[in-house]
Design a protein around this ligand. Structure first.
Ligand code: ATP
Length: 586
């Protein structure tokens, strides 16, 4: 059975339980002692009945019985508490491990997943671990040990009756073995459906206005409801198998009871066993229901947990970036960059996006990348951040291959403003200081003035402490861009990557931002993806990308004179808007 031999799943499970092993062991021992105290009760009862028959004094024995019951219950309670505590800790460990792993995942790995699904694994699947790692594992051991002890004790009393009992119990065992994998399968299906529902929900919330503007509310509601119903159906399927497995226990015990009563009664009549043995045997049968129930419950919980562990370990096996080494800040000077025959495709099946990029960029100054949509401009930036690795060729920063840089040190050198500048929910201050939490108020204010956001901050009700909403939805597109630029500048980068940041800005702000970027280029290596003529004419050099290769490099004037295709591109595709900028400047 796949369930029992899947090594990765067991390894992950063991990883969650290991930190709690002492508590689990001790708690399990207490539960076991409680079970054994219960197991001793029928024996004491048998002696009591025997004593009653011979007219002996029973007060001492009665005290032992009460003492056993009380001590058993107390020990059991303490054991249960310890196991519950360990169970919560197991969930905590799983959540921490999951969070650590997710944040270290490589960008392409995350791009292939759905955030809603990852979220459901983080919140829902980890919760399913609560019982599996403690109660289920302990239940398996204590249930098995108590059952064996009881069976041995029953065997010492009468082997014939034990044979009758064993035959009936065998049926439960077979039923349970058949049902267990079905529980795991149904649980996994239910959790997968929960993940799909989460994905669908995240899709809606991520584009809430588009959903409304497209009138897609009913369609999306139906899709989410269908996912929820699939989860319900699988959950019910699991419940059906669980109740079958658990219910078979009571049925088997009752059937054993009747069989033992019949066979045992006959044996008492023939004098093969005394009445007290039959009474004790029947009592054992009833006590046996608990450890067997424990075993079955543990087995089914284990199946549910294994389904969850399997989903969590799938994420553990996704490719991750190396763990951060000691953070080395690197130098402060502008960075020199060299691309050597860089080729790249997003996946083995996808077309080659960069097809041999050769480029040498000096430290300091602004380089503008221009080219048709899809030429690979943003992809080049993604390679610099090492979100992806080149398929072949090398990129060298300050003479060192990017692959040999400590990832944290490399990223600490870079300020990156993406095409769709992402803000995080939180306050404006959180967003500005995100790349450099230790930035002082003075530095933040300076970055605000540079990016012309000081006026906005003065207008906001709580100034820098105003929440910006989910993904910055309470700011305008242009404001988001400028916050992202201020955030990048605050990092004091050696290499500033700006992906189409002026597109959403009005003339006044564009002019201001251009000045900031030009000033930054005096001390920093600035690479911009440019769509405006005004940006390229200010650049120290322009790199024309054409279908993944460098078509030409030079200044605007040089390229207009030497490259008819660039001249045409500049005339038809670069946005001018210069008259508005000039007016603003004037
Ligand atoms: N994660 C991805 N997986 C697969 N293909 C991708 C991925 N990201 C981008 N692409 C493809 O790679 C090509 C280059 O994309 P890139 O974003 O680098 O272009 P660009 O020059 O920046 O274009 P634009 O000016 O429109 O932003 C495009 O054809 C795009 O469809």
């Amino acid at each position: 059975m796949r369930t029992w031999i899947d090594r990765a799943t067991w390894r992950t499970l063991a990883g969650y339980v290991r930190p709690q092993r002492r508590t689990v062991l001790f708690g399990g021992l207490l539960v076991l002692l409680g079970g054994l105290a219960a197991a001793a009760q029928p024996l004491a009862a048998k002696t009591l009945v025997d004593k009653l028959g011979t007219g002996g004094v029973i007060t001492g024995l009665l005290a032992v019985l009460v003492g056993l019951a009380l001590a058993g219950a107390a020990v059991r309670m303490a054991g249960d508490y310890l196991l519950e505590r360990a169970a919560e800790s197991v969930v905590l460990v799983a959540r921490k491990r999951f969070a650590r792993r997710v944040l270290r995942l490589r960008v392409p790995a995350v791009q292939r997943t759905e955030p809603g699904d990852l979220l459901s694994r983080f919140t829902s699947d980890t919760t399913l671990l609560r019982e599996v790692c403690t109660h289920a594992l302990v239940g398996l051991v204590t249930g098995a040990v108590t059952t064996v002890v009881m069976v041995v004790l029953m065997g010492t009393m009468d082997l014939v009756l034990l044979g009758v009992t064993a035959a009936v119990l065998l049926v439960v065992g077979l039923l349970a073995l058949a049902g267990m994998p079905m529980i795991e399968k149904a649980t996994r299906a239910a959790q997968e459906a929960v993940g799909e529902t989460g994905t669908r929900m995240e899709r809606v919330l991520g584009a809430f206005r588009t959903v409304k503007a497209s009138g897609a509310e009913a369609r999306e509601t139906r899709a989410i409801e269908e996912g929820a119903e699939r989860a319900w159906r699988a959950g019910v399927r699991s419940a059906r198998w669980e109740s079958l497995v658990h219910g078979s226990n009571a049925l088997a015990i009752q059937a054993s009871f009747l069989a033992v009563l019949g066979v045992g009664g006959a044996r008492v009549v023939t004098g093969a066993i005394p009445l007290s043995t039959l009474v004790a045997f029947l009592l054992y049968l009833f006590y046996l229901e608990e450890p067997i129930g424990q075993l079955l419950h543990a087995g089914s919980r284990l199946q549910i947990g294994l389904a969850a562990v399997r989903r969590l370990s799938e994420v553990e096996q996704m490719p991750a970036e190396p763990a951060p080494a000691g953070h080395t800040a690197g130098g402060r000077d502008a960075a020199g960059l060299v691309f050597e025959d860089v080729r790249f495709r997003y996946s083995p099946e996808s077309p080659e996006i960069l097809r041999g990029v050769d480029l040498e960029l000096p430290a300091r100054g602004m380089t503008a990348f221009v080219g048709a949509s899809g030429a690979g401009k943003s992809t080049l930036f993604a390679l610099l951040e090492r979100f992806h690795e080149p398929s072949s060729g090398r990129i060298r920063l300050d003479g060192t291959d990017l692959a040999d840089w400590d990832l944290a040190a490399l990223r600490a050198s870079i300020g990156y403003v993406e095409q769709d500048a992402s803000l995080l929910s939180g306050t404006l201050r959180d967003n500005l200081a995100y790349g450099r939490p230790e930035a002082t108020d003075e530095e933040i204010r300076e970055a605000l003035v540079q990016t012309r956001l000081d006026g906005l901050v003065d207008r906001l009700p709580a100034g820098l402490d105003t929440p910006v909403g989910h993904r910055g939805s309470m700011l305008s597109g242009g404001e988001r861009q400028r916050v992202a630029l201020a955030r990048a500048l605050l990092r004091r980068p050696r290499l500033l990557l700006l992906d189409e940041i002026t597109l959403q800005l009005d003339a006044v702000n564009e002019l201001a931002i251009r000045d900031v970027v030009t000033a930054a280029a005096e001390t920093t290596t600035v690479l911009v993806v440019a769509h405006r003529l005004s940006t390229v004419t200010r650049a120290d050099r322009i790199v024309v990308l054409d279908e993944g290769t460098v078509r030409a490099t030079g200044t605007h004037e040089q390229l207009v004179a030497s490259d008819p295709l660039y001249a045409e591109f500049a005339a038809t595709q670069l946005l001018t808007g210069d008259s508005a900028v000039q007016r603003a400047a004037g």
